[in-house]
Ligand binder design. Structure first.
Ligand code: SAM
Length: 326
């Protein structure tokens, strides 16, 4: 019997991972799916300040450590997660439990106070709240979520974390661009995906729905959502596309398809992501060469501390026609 926990992962997933991740990083990336990551959280500057939150957590016997690249982020040993989650700081919306890679998205979109910003796939609201904090509660932030139960969780979180200024819509993000053409300065699309970054060797349920069909189904939806995001953003505005999948079909190929369809109406913008475990978008997949501009995309590789994330920042150069409904 093999006692390496990574042997639990679907063999097709591991084979694909080997083709996606550069060889020197492969062993560590694979091993990361078997590790209990530290508990990480973001201090909600809409309701408290960093020193006050640190003192509040320390008074509970917790040992939050700062995260070098984000002043509001903290990391705690994995065995402190239960106490953190049950704390009044979390219950009253002063601290939001959030993975480190998730905290890279809102700063990459870089919304400014006073802007009009859209989050097109928002529940449970972790990145909406981060956008709200970066905007200092000033401006317009609209959050869309299509799944009713998740929409109500989003609304509860916005109240609990002091972001009532966020407007919420229980609608299909694929239709939003047609209805709000060129209205927003920035759009976040944290797209529904096959969630490969969440695979946990100790929990086969994390990949129970995974497979080529799921990836293809996600990719279809992601293309429609990204098109909608680009319709909703103004000329000169930016869209951040991200997923927690490692699959090129949900990442580079979605971006490449969209750029090809838009024929120069949108372009990729280089991203400066402040962590070391990053690679540029793939240059090849399945024996096909991909457009060179995909090198501006970023794949955050999973480590002992953080999950995987894919990011692509697009800027709209000129107006685009509305996509056909459906
Ligand atoms: N950004 C969120 C956060 O950080 O908390 C996580 C978003 S999750 C990756 C994607 C969300 O998109 C899910 O809540 C899912 O229900 C929602 N979704 C799925 N299809 C959608 C659609 N057509 N329009 C809008 N939201 C959709």
């Amino acid at each position: 019997m093999n006692d390496d926990p990574t042997h639990q992962l679907p063999s097709e997933f591991v084979a694909r991972l080997r083709a996606i991740v550069p060889e020197p990083a492969f062993a560590d990336v694979l091993a990361s799916f078997a590790l209990a990551k530290p508990a990480t959280a973001r201090i909600n500057t809409l309701q408290t300040e960093v020193p006050a939150a640190l003192a509040e957590l320390a008074a509970l016997g917790l040992t939050p450590a700062p995260v070098a690249w984000l002043p509001e982020a903290i990391a705690l040993p994995a065995d402190e997660k239960r106490t953190l989650t049950a704390s009044a700081a979390v219950g009253a919306g002063r601290v939001y439990v959030q993975g480190l890679s998730s905290m890279l998205a809102a700063p990459a979109l870089a919304p400014e106070p006073g802007e009009e910003v859209l989050d097109l796939a928002a529940a449970p609201g972790g990145k909406t709240l981060h956008l709200a904090a970066l905007m200092g509660g000033a401006g317009r932030l609209a959050a869309v979520e299509s799944v009713r139960g998740r929409f109500f969780t989003l609304k509860e979180n916005l109240v609990r974390y002091g972001a009532e200024f966020v407007e919420t819509y229980n609608s299909d993000g694929r239709a939003v661009g047609r209805k709000t053409r060129e209205r927003f300065d920035r759009v976040l699309l944290d797209a529904p995906c096959s969630s490969e970054a969440r695979f946990d060797c100790r929990d086969p349920e994390t990949w129970q729905y995974w497979g080529p069909r799921k990836i293809a189904e996600c990719a279809r939806k992601q293309k429609a959502l990204l098109r909608s995001a680009l319709e909703a953003v103004r000329v000169g505005g930016r869209v951040l596309y991200c997923t927690c999948s490692l699959a090129p079909e949900e990442n580079e190929l979605v971006v490449a398809h969209t750029l090809r369809r838009l024929q120069g109406a949108a372009e990729l913008v280089p991203l400066a992501i402040p962590v070391a475990n990053v690679h540029t978008g793939l240059a090849r997949w399945n024996d096909k060469t991909l457009p060179g501009e995909l090198a501006h995309c970023v794949r955050v590789l999973p480590t002992a501390d953080m999950d995987a994330l894919f990011l692509a920042l697009l800027e709209k150069r000129r107006s685009i026609g509305a996509a056909a409904p459906g």
